[in-house]
Each structure stands twice: as structure tokens, then as C-alpha cells.
Design a protein around this ligand. Structure first.
Ligand code: NAD
Ligand code: APR
Length: 231
């Protein structure tokens, strides 16, 4: 189990050009969650949902990992047994920056999942063929994303990872969905990096708070982690 957990949200991908969810201009200002991300919406808004996720998937082809992804990849490569990367993001920017064994709590955009048997299928950045059916059971595919109102099965792995965690880093998450404050109370060191305070986060429980862009804060974060691991 890793001594350091790097937990991230939409904010770490913002400087790569992927919009966040609740910032000014965020996704939830442009789209209605119940139209595209609500459990059950596939039944009465399947077309909207598939179109939305096709567009998000195709957008991945036009963006690149940023300096924050690369700095964390270099840190993980230097301390492979000590750094766990957990993200709410469904993009593949950590993978493309060279990070390993990323835990995607809310699913993974380049992957589809059969609604009947759960078989997954990597389709990369391409549009989902509307007639695309599961070779295993003939069922229909959906984005392999956790929608609002659905259980998030990967959360148990978050709890497992946090059992051994001594140093928690949070980059680019407003805390509106996954509350991490209670974890920050139980580790030796915790760093929170967002652009600004969030109503869903009690910043007083963190050892250090950086209101900066992730690409500007990441070198300080990496330095603190390295000093802790070498200590
Ligand atoms: P939610 O916070 O109510 O979580 C739904 C379920 O996830 C809970 O019933 C629980 O099983 C689990 N869960 C959530 N937070 C947890 C925590 N801190 N500890 C342990 N288990 C926890 O979220 P929701 O509004 O019902 O949405 C479901 C999930 O789908 C959310 O985590 C949300 O972020 C995610 N989501 C992802 C996208 C996307 O595009 N990636 C879009 C919408 C929703
Ligand atoms: N550098 C660092 N932080 C940033 C940057 C940046 N360049 N840009 C934005 N942020 C911060 C904002 O300050 C905000 O706190 O990132 C956070 C983005 O918050 P949200 O948009 O709420 O994204 P996130 O926390 O990932 O949302 C959680 O909610 O809708 C669901 O499943 C979806 O995974 C998402 C979950």
C-alpha cells in the first residue's frame, strides 16, 4: 500500500483544455445533469447521453496531458511503491503522461460497458456506433461512466488506499461529490490545491492549501512529497 495518495478532480485536467464541472463555464452550467448524467437517463435520453459522451470522447483526441500530469508521472516512476494515483476524472491524461495503475472512481471515457452483462470494450476516442452490440450477450453498450444516482463501486478501493496513507494530496476537486476532509484529519501531511476555496471543503483541516493552478503548484507539491519520503 502506498504511503502517498494523489487524489484529483476535474481541475487537474483544466489546463489541458477539458472543462471542469462547477467552475465558471463548467459543464454543469452548459448541460443539465439529468439530461446526460442521471442514472436511468439512458432510457429516456439515451441519444442525448451517447451524443454528449461521444463529443467528450472525441475531445480527448485534441488535448494533451499538462505539466501537472507529467510531474506526477515522474514522481510515481521515482517512487513506484509509495505513490497511489486516484482520480474522479474519466479522461486518460494520467495514462498518456505515463502514470501507472490509476484508480478511476467514476469510470473511464475511452471505454464502453454492456448494460446487460457488464463486459467492457475500449473504443478510444471514436464515436460509439449506435448499432454497436455486445459480442458476449448481444446487449447494448453505454459509456463506462458512473452517473449521478448510481453506485460508485470503486469507492471501496479509495477507502483501502487511504488506510495506509500518510501523505494526502488533493488537486483540482471541489469536494462536492467525494468528501476527502475526513481523510485529511487522519494523515500526517495533507496538501489541498484548488484555484479558490470551495463551499464543500473545510480548508482548515489541511496542512497546506495552495490556491494556484495545478501546473504552478505541482513543483512545490512534488518537493514536499519527496522530502517526506526521504525523511
Ligand atoms: P454520490 O456522492 O451520491 O455517490 C453515489 C454513490 O457513490 C453512493 O451511494 C456511494 O455508494 C458512493 N459514494 C459516493 N461518495 C462516497 C464516499 N465519499 N464514500 C463512499 N462511497 C461513496 O454521487 P451521485 O451524485 O449519486 O453520482 C454518482 C457518482 O457518479 C458520483 O461519484 C459522481 O461524481 C459520479 N458522476 C460522474 C460523472 C462523470 O462524468 N464522470 C458525471 C456524474 C456523476
Ligand atoms: N488547477 C487547480 N485546480 C483547478 C484548476 C487548475 N487549473 N482549475 C479548476 N480547479 C479547481 C477548482 O477550484 C475546483 O475546486 O478544480 C475544482 C473543480 O471542481 P469540480 O468542477 O466540482 O470538479 P470535481 O471536483 O472533479 O467534481 C467531482 O462531480 O460531476 C461530478 O463525476 C463528476 O468527477 C466529477 C465530480
Amino acid at each position: 500500500m502506498a504511503r502517498v495518495v494523489i487524489f484529483s478532480g476535474a481541475g487537474i485536467s483544466a489546463e489541458s483544455g477539458l472543462s471542469t464541472f462547477r467552475d465558471t463555464g463548467g459543464l454543469w452550467e452548459k448541460y443539465r445533469i439529468e439530461e446526460i448524467c442521471q442514472a436511468g437517463c439512458l432510457s429516456w435520453n439515451r441519444e442525448n447521453t451517447l451524443t454528449f459522451y461521444d463529443a467528450r470522447r472525441e475531445q480527448l483526441a485534441s488535448v494533451e496531458p499538462n505539466a501537472a500530469h507529467y510531474a506526477l508521472s515522474k514522481l510515481q516512476a521515482k517512487y513506484p511503491n509509495d505513490i497511489a494515483i486516484i482520480t474522479q476524472n474519466v479522461d486518460d491524461l494520467f495514462e498518456r503522461a505515463g502514470c501507472k495503475e490509476i484508480l478511476h472512481l467514476h469510470g473511464f471515457l475511452p471505454r464502453l460497458r454492456c448494460e446487460q452483462c457488464g463486459t467492457t470494450h475500449l473504443i478510444g476516442y471514436t464515436k460509439q456506433e449506435r448499432t454497436f452490440t455486445c459480442k458476449n450477450c448481444g446487449g447494448s453498450f453505454r459509456p463506462d461512466i458512473v452517473f449521478f444516482g448510481e453506485a460508485a463501486p470503486m469507492y471501496e478501493h479509495l477507502y483501502e488506499a487511504m488506510e495506509e496513507c500518510q501523505f494526502l494530496v488533493i488537486i483540482g476537486s471541489s469536494g462536492n461529490v467525494v468528501a476527502m476532509d475526513h481523510f485529511a484529519l487522519h494523515v500526517k501531511v495533507s496538501i489541498l490545491n484548488n484555484l479558490e476555496p470551495s463551499n464543500a471543503i473545510n480548508e482548515r483541516v489541511y496542512t497546506k492549501v495552495l490556491h494556484q493552478k495545478a501546473t504552478e503548484a505541482v513543483d512545490e507539491i512534488v518537493g514536499d512529497v519527496e522530502r517526506f519520503l526521504q525523511g
